[in-house]
Each structure stands twice: as C-alpha cells, then as structure tokens.
Design a protein around this ligand. Structure first.
Ligand code: NAG
Ligand code: NAG
Ligand code: NAG
Length: 433
C-alpha cells in the first residue's frame, strides 16, 4: 500500500493534532498510554475552570466519598452494594462532591443504576478498573443495561480508569456469531439516561457486552479523550451511541470495536464529532433510522477531522424502508480513510435482519448532506454509494474535494448513485456517471 504523499501528510497533521490535544495513543496493540490535556487548551478546561470557580464559591465545600469506605473490596466479589451506598451518600450531600474509585484496584459490578436528581454537582472519578460481572444470570432482571446513570445534572465522569464490560460471554451467545441462537441482545456497558450538563472524559472502555457508551435523551454533553476497544469480531459493540440527545460534542476519541465507531440515531440534534480515530469497526453512522415504520428525526450533525482505517464503512447514513421523518443538515469533512469498504454511503434500503425487507414507499427523508475534503482508499470498488429511495430521493447532497482511490493498485474506484440530487464542487473523484 502506498498512499499518495498528500494523504500521508494529512494523516501526520491529524496525528499531530490529536496528540497536542491529548488523546490516547496506542504504542502497540497491547499497551496503551495516555497523555493528558495540557492545562491551557480545550473548551473542557474553560468549562472546568468555571466549574472550579463555582465550587470555590459554593458554601458546602467539595467533599469526597470513596467506594472503599462503603465496603468495596475489589477482590472479585460483588462491589455493587458498596458503589450504590457511595452514590447515595454523594448524591444526597448538599455540597459538591467527588466520588472516588481508587486506582490500582479492580472492582466488580453487577447491573447497577445510579440515579439522580442529586442535591449538588457530582464528579465520579474512576481511577481504577470497574469490571462487569461475567455471569449472565446477574442480568436476568434487565438484560439490556449494565451501568446506568440516570437523571443526573452537572455531572462529570473522569479519572483515567477503565471500564471493562467482560463481553466475551455475551459475544459467544450472540445470534450474529452463532446463528442457531435466538437474537436477544446484550447489555450496553454504560448508559447516560436523561442527563444534563454532562462531561465524560479521560476514560478507557473495554470489551462491552454490546454497546460501550450510550447517551440517551441527554442535553449538553461532552465526551472527551475516550479510548474504546473491543475485538473486530465482537458483535454490536458500538463505541459511542447517541440517541434522543441534543448538544453533544464528542472529541479526541479513539474507537476500535466490532460495530459502529459512533452511531447517531433518532431524536439527536446538534451533534459534533471532532478528532475521531476509528477502526476496526463499521465506521461513523447516522442510523439506522426508521426501522419498524418509525418516525426518525436527526439534524445538525457535524463530523470534522476523522481518520478511519480498515472499517467496513466510512461515513454512512442508513435508513430502513417504511420509516418517516428526516436526517438533515449533515456535514462530513476533513476525513481520511484508509482501506475502508464503503467510504461514502447513504443506504436507504438498509435491512439488518434474516428475512429480506419488502419494498415500501415511505422513507426517512435525507437532505442537505455535505461531504468535504474526504480522501483515502477504498477496499471495495464502489467508493461512493448513494442508494436512495425512489419515492423520497436524497436531496441537497454536495460533494466537494473528494479523492478516493482503490486500495488495490491499478484498480479503479467508482461511484454508484441512485435517486440522489447532488452538486459537485472542486475536484471530485470518483464521480457519479
Ligand atoms: C476484563 O474482564 C475480563 C472478564 O471479566 C477479564 O478476563 C479481562 O482480563 C479483563 N481485562 C482487563 C484489561 O482488565
Ligand atoms: C451454537 O449454539 C448451539 C445451541 O446452543 C450450540 O449447540 C453450539 O455448540 C454453538 N456453536 C458454537 C460454535 O458455539
Ligand atoms: C484491506 O481491507 C480488506 C477488506 O477488509 C482486507 O482483506 C485487506 O487485508 C486490507 N488490506 C490492507 C493492506 O490492510
């Protein structure tokens, strides 16, 4: 493989960028080091400075609560009760509080929900490791969640620690791995449900049972400096999932999993993803939308500066036939792709089920989608694919400065464009015929 030199320099610039801003770097596939944010950069810091000021002004002074004080043992036995007690203590305290999960210790948790509203601001500092119980029977009551933070405001989760979903047992029992088994799903490792003013930063998520991190019905979120890792063959292990969430910025994240790097689904608005590294996995996706004739609404998505390597898609919009609603005002820009199977794709005939999907007239309307400065190599012949609905063609698609070549030297990359209304600016290759 010999990428054009300008592509190489683009990668270098990206790498430089991400390293300045402080992102996880993988030295090799086994060790991972972390460079923290320099004190002067990023909005996070500005936000946290404001926060500290608030804290100093607050009457109840910042106190801390340590899970060990509540009986957490970190010896492989269940620490859930200790964590719940620590949470309840923190959540009911009248001054700002830091809940501490000490470093160099590995705690085991069964499914647990940490609920608000809390009396004051909480910082949940995970320095050590939190590991999921690997007994599926522990999830009998609710198979779809492991750790849930619910209805918490002015909340930060950080600390440099690790959250390990112990996913192996779930992957083995997935219908995507063993087709003779029923499709019954598995827990999302960490869910933030109806949280407001939330910052999740400087953490490592490993081997989730299914999705790693899900933001659901949240408002004002930053997800920064996260490392998310699971094997390429682990089923449905999306990195960061965004649903029903408004005003979210995902920044400086490295995501290498078996499913979507970032997935953005219905009810999400004002979503920014900046300085993202993906692969392996399925790429950055809006959707799927409109499954089971649902109405979907996604708008104002801005993906800027991403590098995807060896993913099955690059930037993707996927909708099922029969849905309604919209996916609109979407920008994908400054994206480098390295051996990606479907670098640019809109699929309005998405069908992720065993039976074939019947043709339907209704569809989620896709409009105003800008692809700008997208370069790299395609692992498949069709580098640009717009497979839009006959009855609801894709509207207002703009391609600007696109240069996608085949990964195989001597092969030509092509574009396939059905039912799409598009414009082209600058140099675009390959082009719809
Ligand atoms: C994650 O958890 C699994 C199962 O509980 C364990 O086997 C594995 O060693 C853990 N990995 C790390 C890096 O802690
Ligand atoms: C798939 O599941 C079936 C039914 O539980 C089981 O008998 C079989 O051993 C599994 N196959 C593999 C490869 O794990
Ligand atoms: C490119 O991707 C294809 C398909 O995923 C894979 O088979 C091939 O080994 C990759 N090539 C390189 C050089 O990584």
């Amino acid at each position: 493989m010999n990428p054009p030199s300008f592509l190489l320099s683009f990668f270098l610039v990206l790498t430089y960028f991400t390293s300045c801003l402080g992102v996880y770097h993988e030295k090799n596939s086994h060790t991972v080091s972390y460079h923290s944010l320099p004190a002067s950069s990023s909005l996070l810091y500005r936000k946290s400075r404001t926060w500290n000021r608030h804290r100093q002004q607050a009457r109840g002074y910042a106190s801390s609560v340590n899970v060990d004080e509540f009986g957490a043992k970190a010896d492989g036995s269940d620490d859930s009760e200790a964590f719940k007690k620590a949470w309840n203590k923190g959540c009911s305290s009248s001054g700002d509080v830091v809940i501490i999960v000490p470093k160099n210790r590995m705690y085991t948790l069964k499914p647990v929900t940490f609920s608000g509203p809390c009396k004051s601001r909480i910082i949940f500092k995970i320095h050590g490791t939190i590991k999921a119980s690997a007994k599926t029977a522990d999830y009998a009551r609710d198979r779809s969640h492991w750790i849930v933070f619910q209805n918490v405001e002015n909340f930060r989760v950080k600390g440099g620690g690790t959250i390990n979903g112990s996913g192996k047992i779930w992957w083995k029992n997935s219908c995507k791995i063993n087709e003779s088994l029923p499709c019954i799903g598995a827990p999302t490792a960490v869910t933030f449900d109806e949280c407001k003013n939330l910052i999740v930063s400087n953490l490592k998520f490993l081997n989730a049972q299914q999705m790693h991190l899900s933001f659901e019905k949240c408002l004002n979120v930053r997800a920064l400096n996260l490392l998310v890792i699971a094997p390429e063959k682990s089923p449905n292990t999306d990195g960061i999932h965004v649903t029903g969430t408004q005003n979210i910025r995902i920044q400086n994240c490295v995501i290498r999993t078996g499913d979507d790097c970032i997935s953005i689904v219905s009810g999400s608005k004002n979503v920014q993803a900046t300085d993202i590294t993906c692969g392996p996995g399925h790429g950055i996706s809006i959707g799927s939308l409109g499954a089971g004739k649902q109405e979907a609404r996604v708008s104002n998505v801005f993906v800027n500066r991403a590098t995807l390597s060896g993913t099955t898609n690059g930037v993707r919009i996927k909708t099922w036939q029969g849905g309604s609603g919209f996916a609109k005002n979407i920008v994908f820009q400054n994206i480098a792709l390295n051996n990606v199977s479907n670098p640019i794709i809109i699929n309005q005939n998405y069908c992720d089920q065993k039976e074939p999907c019947k043709e339907q007239r209704s569809a989620v309307q896709v409009s105003n989608v800008m692809y700008r400065n997208i370069v790299g190599t395609s692992a498949s012949e069709v580098a640009v694919k717009f497979d839009c609905s006959k009855t609801f063609p894709c509207r207002g698609v703009v391609l600007q400065n696109i240069n996608l070549n085949s990964q195989e030297s001597g092969e030509r990359a092509t574009a396939s464009c059905d039912n799409v209304n598009f414009a082209k600016r600058g140099s675009v290759s390959p082009q719809c015929s």
